[in-house]
Design a protein around this ligand. Structure first.
Ligand code: F0G
Length: 470
């Protein structure tokens, strides 16, 4: 078992000006509401959740300066002051001349990949996020993930486990022909592979390959500030650069940048698409105006754009980023020290638990990840998400489950929302989870929709739960 170095308190670099009360519930109450929700925490009322680790997307807390920006937002239809503010901040960050605001990340993806995609087209990424893949496949194109083979090992300790495999990239270009590759997409940090960072050297190497074959490179950078933290502290030559300088250098390597601002934009809603090429920008702007809104608001209120412009500066604050990455690491390292199998090393925005290892006696067909998700809610009112065979499992022709590669559970940390004592509470609940390690049964699915079943599927417990008296 790992020794966790005795660490001084990680004091949050902010003080609390407004509070949102949390409801304290009993285990008996939580069993009742979870049963009503078909043992799917997506179907719970958030009022019944004590610590919500479902996602880090749009769940962060804005600063007083951002709230002040909300009040001074300009709601003009065209050429709003808040748009000009956002455009200037994003131009400076990306170095790209064409900036399109969208209501969230997947809207930027739909516009860009709708134009670049189509039957026969191939997209290659370190790992496509689900909405990225869905928007690509919706056009009839193919999305291929190429992590280095060893990066799939949940335990191997690599500094940049989110990197793309450049040998495989060259192989795929040869296999499909460079004219059929619509784009190489670098997802930083690499959400689906554990929030793992991507090195500058890797993005440069991918850029070189793209240049040699005239292929477009897109950076999906919704966690670009978190990635910059890892580059500064893990990659030679970056120690003396600021986080913002590192982000600028990386974004400057791309031909396009898509961003869900709900992450490192530090806002609750918003997205961006930025481009270098004028012709492509024109096409995207036309689609933006048809489907999102006029080119100077793209589905956002003026106040949303004002808050995003401020958030995109605040996120690079050295004290904030240090706290952000260290607090995610704090949860992950302490879970590891307790003997909970976590994906290692800990990424930027979330801790991933290997549920198959934690609950070795629960067969994959009974979804050990879903069992852990339910146990965490029942024991502690903690909500998180299964990333395993509920999310990615398929059926063969006989209706037998084809399981996912891993049975993971993600604890995603909202930005600036929970304090260290909330995280210590989560750690305490894992003591109860450890006592349940020997359980033999999980859940069966009683209802599932044909697509994205994890959102609305319903489950039944294989062995009914004993409801405590409280
Ligand atoms: N790209 C990445 C890498 C993401 O993590 C997400 C969202 C998106 C694109 C889509 O952005 O939600 O604004 O449309 N990730 C969230 C998550 C949903 O929970 O990881 P969006």
């Amino acid at each position: 078992m790992t020794e966790v170095k005795k660490q001084r308190t990680l004091a949050e670099p902010f003080k609390i000006k407004m509070v949102e009360p949390l409801k304290i519930t009993t285990e008996a109450y939580r069993i009742k509401v979870l049963e009503k929700a078909g043992y799917n925490p997506f179907l719970l009322s958030s009022d019944d959740v004590f610590i919500d680790l479902l996602t880090d997307s749009g769940t962060g807390a804005m600063s007083d300066k951002q709230w002040a920006g909300i009040m001074s937002g300009d709601e003009s239809y065209a050429g709003a002051r808040s748009w000009e503010h956002l455009e200037a901040v994003v131009k400076e960050l990306t170095g790209m001349p064409y900036i399109l605001p969208t209501h969230q990340g997947r809207a930027a993806e739909r516009i860009l990949y709708g134009i670049l995609g189509g039957p026969g087209k191939i997209f290659i990424s370190n790992t496509h996020f689900d909405t990225t893949r869905a928007n690509i496949e919706f056009t009839g194109a193919t999305a291929i993930d190429i992590l280095p083979d060893n990066a799939y090992d949940p335990e191997i300790d690599l500094p940049f486990k989110g990197n793309i495999d450049t040998d495989k990239l060259l192989g795929l270009i040869k296999q499909y022909g460079k004219e059929n590759i619509a784009a190489v997409i670098m997802t930083v940090t690499n959400n689906s592979s554990g929030g793992q960072p991507v090195s500058m050297a890797n993005v440069k190497a991918a850029r070189k390959i793209c240049d040699e074959h005239q292929i477009m490179m897109v950076i999906d950078g919704c966690r670009i500030a978190e990635n910059s933290y890892f580059v500064k502290h893990r990659e030679a030559g970056y120690q003396d650069k600021t986080y913002e300088e590192i982000a600028k250098e990386m974004l400057g390597l791309g031909d396009a940048f898509v961003m869900s601002a709900k992450k490192d934009g530090l806002v609750n809603m918003g997205g961006l698409l930025t481009l270098k090429d004028a012709t492509l920008a024109q096409k995207c702007t036309n689609l933006l105006i048809i489907s999102e809104g006029f080119a100077t608001y793209g589905g956002l209120a003026g106040r949303d754009m004002e808050a995003m412009a401020i958030g995109l500066k605040e996120v690079f604050d050295a004290d904030y980023l240090h706290y952000r990455i260290k607090s995610t690491g704090y949860l992950g390292e302490h879970l590891k020290a307790k003997g909970i199998p976590v994906v290692w090393p800990i990424g930027g925005h979330a801790v991933y638990i290997d549920a198959k290892k934690l609950y070795p006696n629960i067969p994959v067909e009974e979804y050990p990840g879903q069992a852990l998700v339910c146990d965490l809610y029942i024991k502690g009112g903690i909500r998180c998400v299964e990333i395993g065979s509920v999310m990615f499992g398929k059926y063969d022709e006989q209706g037998k489950l084809i399981p996912a590669k891993n049975e993971l559970v993600r604890l995603a940390i909202p930005r600036r929302v929970y304090t260290q004592s909330h995280i210590d509470y989560v750690l305490d609940i894992f003591d109860d989870i450890l006592e349940m390690r020997s359980q033999h049964h999980g859940y069966k699915i009683t209802y599932e929709p044909p697509f994205l079943r994890h959102f609305t599927a319903k489950f039944e417990k294989m062995i009914p739960l004993a409801v405590p008296a409280n």
